[in-house]
Design a protein around this ligand. Structure first.
Ligand code: C2E
Ligand code: MG
Ligand code: MG
Ligand code: MG
Length: 290
C-alpha cells in the first residue's frame, strides 16, 4: 500500500489489484494479436448417437496455440475474451473454420454430419449475429441442419440474443442448451427459449452407475426433455458403464473421453465413419486410436 502526499488524504493503493489489471490488459493485447496472427483453432470432439454408436457430429472446441505457452484451453481466456468483446470476432472465426470442416467431412464421408459451435451470450446479442450465421452457412454451401449452436442457460437474461436465436433457428439451425442443469434453478425458461436439444452436464453423467440419485435425476431430465420434444445429449461420458446406462435410459446421443477426446482437425476425419461398439463386452470397448 502506498500513501499519497498533499492534502490530508491517505490513498491506499492495492498493488496486487494493479498487477491484475495490468495482466488483464496484457492478455487483452495478446488476444488481439492472436486473432490477427490466426493463433486460434478448433479441436473437434465426436458425438455418438445412442443406441447405434454411430458418430453423427462434432463439437468445435476453441484452443489458443500460443507461441510460448503452447496450447491454451478456453477456460484460461474465454472469460476475458467475453469481457472485452473479443469473443465475437474469435467466435466468428471458429464458426467459419468449423463449417468449412464439416462440409469437407460430409463430402468425404457421404454422411449428414453436423458441427456444434459454442456461442457466448454477448456474441449472440450482437446486431449482426443472425446475418453472420447466414453468411457463414452460405459461404460453406451448407444447409442450416449442418449447424448446432450451443448456448448456456445464462442466455435467458438476454432477450436480444434470444430473438436472434429465434431468427437463426428459422433457417434450420438447431439450438442446444449446454451444461444443462448447472445454471438457472428455474425450468420455466424451457417453455419459452428457442431450443431443440439439451446437453446434460457431465456433473450428472459422471455419477451414473455410482450414485442412484444421479441416475434418477438423469432419467428425469431425459424424460422431461423428451416430453418437450427435445433431443438429449449427455456430456462427459468417461466409461462404458455410463454409456450403457445412458443407452438404457433412452438418451439420444453422447459425448466424452470414453468415446474420444477432442482431437486436432487432422485426426477428426478418421473418426467420421467410426462407430462405438459396446455390446455387453462382446466386442472391444472403445476403439479410439488417438
Ligand atoms: P463445453 O461446451 O461444455 O465443452 C465441454 C468441455 O468438456 C470441453 O472442455 C471438453 O474438452 C470437456 N470434455 C469432453 N468430454 C469430457 C469428459 O469425458 N470428461 C471431462 N472431464 N471433460 C470432458 P474445453 O474444450 O476445455 O472447453 C471448456 C469450455 O470452454 C466449453 O465447455 C465452452 O463453454 C467453452 N468454449 C469452448 N470453445 C468455445 C468457443 O468457441 N466459444 C465459446 N464462447 N466458448 C467456448
Ligand atoms: Mg459446449
Ligand atoms: Mg457442455
Ligand atoms: Mg460442460
Amino acid at each position: 500500500a502506498a500513501k499519497r502526499e498533499g492534502g490530508n488524504r491517505a490513498v491506499t493503493f492495492d498493488s496486487s489489484l494493479h498487477e491484475a489489471a495490468l495482466q488483464k490488459l496484457e492478455i487483452e493485447q495478446d488476444l488481439h494479436q492472436a486473432l490477427e496472427r490466426g493463433e486460434f483453432e478448433a479441436h473437434y470432439q465426436p458425438l455418438a448417437a445412442l443406441p447405434s454408436g454411430e458418430i453423427v457430429g462434432f463439437e468445435a472446441l476453441l484452443r489458443w496455440r500460443h507461441p510460448e505457452r503452447g496450447l491454451v484451453s478456453p477456460a484460461d481466456f474465454v472469460p476475458l475474451a467475453e469481457e472485452t468483446g473479443l469473443i465475437s470476432p474469435i467466435g466468428a472465426q471458429v464458426l467459419r473454420q468449423a463449417l468449412c470442416q464439416v462440409r469437407a467431412w460430409r463430402e468425404i464421408s457421404g454422411r449428414g454430419l453436423f458441427v456444434s459451435v459454442n456461442v457466448s451470450a454477448c456474441q449472440a446479442a450482437r446486431p449482426d449475429f443472425p446475418a453472420e450465421i447466414a453468411a457463414a452457412l452460405a459461404e460453406a454451401g451448407l444447409p442450416g441442419e449442418a449447424l448446432l449452436l450451443e448456448v448456456t442457460e445464462s442466455i435467458v437474461a438476454q432477450s436480444v440474443a434470444i430473438g436472434h436465436l429465434e431468427a437463426v433457428r428459422r433457417t434450420g439451425v438447431r439450438i442446444a442448451i449446454d451444461d444443462f442443469g448447472t445454471g438457472y434453478s428455474s425450468l420455466a425458461y424451457l417453455q419459452t427459449l428457442p431450443v431443440d436439444e439439451l446437453k446434460i452436464d457431465k456433473m450428472f453423467v459422471s455419477q451414473l452407475g455410482r450414485d442412484t440419485r444421479s441416475s434418477t435425476v438423469t432419467q428425469a431430465l431425459i424424460q422431461l426433455a423428451h416430453a418437450l420434444s427435445l433431443t438429449v445429449i449427455a456430456e462427459g461420458v468417461e466409461d462404458e458403464r455410463q454409456w450403457a446406462e445412458l443407452r438404457s435410459l433412452g438418451c439420444d446421443a453422447a459425448q466424452g473421453y470414453w468415446i474420444s477426446r477432442p482431437v486436432p482437425v487432422a485426426q477428426a476425419l478418421a473418426l467420421c465413419g467410426w462407430r462405438v461398439r459396446s455390446d455387453e463386452g462382446e466386442d472391444e470397448a472403445a476403439q479410439v486410436s488417438v
